[in-house]
Ligand binder design. Structure first.
Ligand code: SAH
Length: 365
């Protein structure tokens, strides 16, 4: 009989697990604290469990996390961990320290099936979804590594699901992991500081609104369907009007919610004054913050990043139009850790199957 990896379970899952053992539900909360807050991964050390319970746990459960293959530290303090999975593939997780906060960029899949033309993860193809333990394990590992540093080094205060993969195509595991991020007895991060970024899987956005309270970011990158479908093929299935309608539903009834609009600036493709105007027109009435992303090049791409002058002009046009707009600072590019540069090592690229599943609407819910 295979053992249950307790890192795969959120509070509800752990309560179910302990109920099956005939244990009280508060055991689930105790275990959650041991493994996520104290980072204890040996049942024998869990001193508030009886000897008998510790033995049962060793028989029926395991505490397995992926392992770190390499740690790279950038000149600007950004760190990237290459994490090896049991299947032999590896994924990448990036920590970005800033004044007063530390943001962890977490991967949700090995590779990606979406084939966005400007993203290097897409070039790797798709291998498989990460389990909840492999997603939350990235946060566990980051805290463990950062905790070993001399005092003064910050821990993770914010998480962005913006690493490799499309988190809404791996819905169940992504939501379990985000529930743990939010849970006070695990990582206790406020919903404002947990951000899920999606290229626009509309039905899953609606489901997320019901299931897990987090901040939402949309990889929009174009203000008309013709261009968006060209650079983000998923747009053919969920065009801009449907995507923005889902965003409206997501913020509706939540006064403090806004949608982060991600817009990667590609020279001569989506960076004209008319593009900025069109963007403002389609976002009218939606509570947004626009995050302009300088395009990060990768081998083999023909896209170029817009010039500094064009980026600043684009941003100013949005601000003059009454929108909140910022330009994302590129971090960690010397260790190939910037947006769209995460590639890991993906074996067995089967993106076609996954893409077909997404098109048929049967992707991994
Ligand atoms: N699949 C999700 C999560 C990835 S998030 C999504 O699409 O939102 C990574 C962010 O970086 C997305 O906004 C993505 O569009 C952007 N990105 C991808 N490639 C990039 C590149 N080469 N340069 C800059 N940003 C890029």
């Amino acid at each position: 009989m295979s053992r249950t990896n307790l890192f795969d379970l959120d509070l509800e899952g752990l309560e179910g697990f302990f109920a099956e053992l005939g244990e009280k539900s508060f055991r689930a909360r105790q275990l959650m604290q041991w493994i996520h807050q104290y980072r204890v991964v040996d049942f024998a050390e869990m001193s508030n469990f009886s000897k008998g319970l510790r033995q049962t746990l060793s028989d029926k459960a395991e505490l397995t996390l992926p392992e770190v293959l390499h740690e790279h530290v950038s000149k600007d303090g950004t760190r990237k961990w290459i994490i090896r999975l049991s299947c032999g593939n590896s994924i990448e997780t990036v920590f970005i320290p800033e004044d007063g906060r530390g943001t962890l960029c977490v991967s949700s899949q090995v590779g990606c099936a979406l084939e966005c033309t400007f993203c290097s993860t897409a070039q790797q193809g798709f291998n498989r979804n990460l389990s909840a333990s492999e997603i939350i394990g990235q946060l566990w590992i980051a805290n463990e590594y950062l905790g070993k540093e001399p005092k003064g080094n910050r821990m993770v205060t914010n998480v962005v699901m913006m690493g490799m993969g499309e988190p809404l195509a791996n819905y169940k595991s992504a939501v379990s992991a985000m529930k743990l991020m939010r849970d006070d007895l695990a990582y206790g991060i406020s919903w404002r500081r947990v951000t899920l970024s999606t290229s626009g899987m509309v039905p899953m956005i609606d489901k997320l609104r019901e299931d897990c309270h987090v901040s939402l970011a949309i990889s929009l990158h174009a203000a008309n369907d013709e261009l968006r479908s060209e650079i983000i093929p998923l747009n053919k299935k969920y065009p801009i009007s449907e995507l923005l309608a889902a965003c409206k539903r997501y913020v509706d009834g939540h006064q403090k919610r806004h949608i982060t609009i991600e817009y990667v600036l590609l020279e001569g493709i989506n960076d004209s004054a008319k593009d900025a105007q069109d963007l403002m027109r389609i976002l009218k009435g939606l509570s947004t913050k626009i995050n302009l992303i300088p395009f990060n090049p990768f081998p083999g791409t023909s896209y170029k990043c817009s010039s500094k002058k064009v980026m600043v002009r684009f941003k100013q046009q949005l601000i003059d139009g009454g929108y909140v707009a910022t330009i994302r600072r590129t971090r960690g590019d010397d260790i190939v850790a910037a947006c769209g540069q995460l590639a890991g090592e993906v074996q067995d690229r089967t993106r076609r199957t996954q893409r077909l599943n997404i098109e048929k609407g049967v992707a991994t819910i």
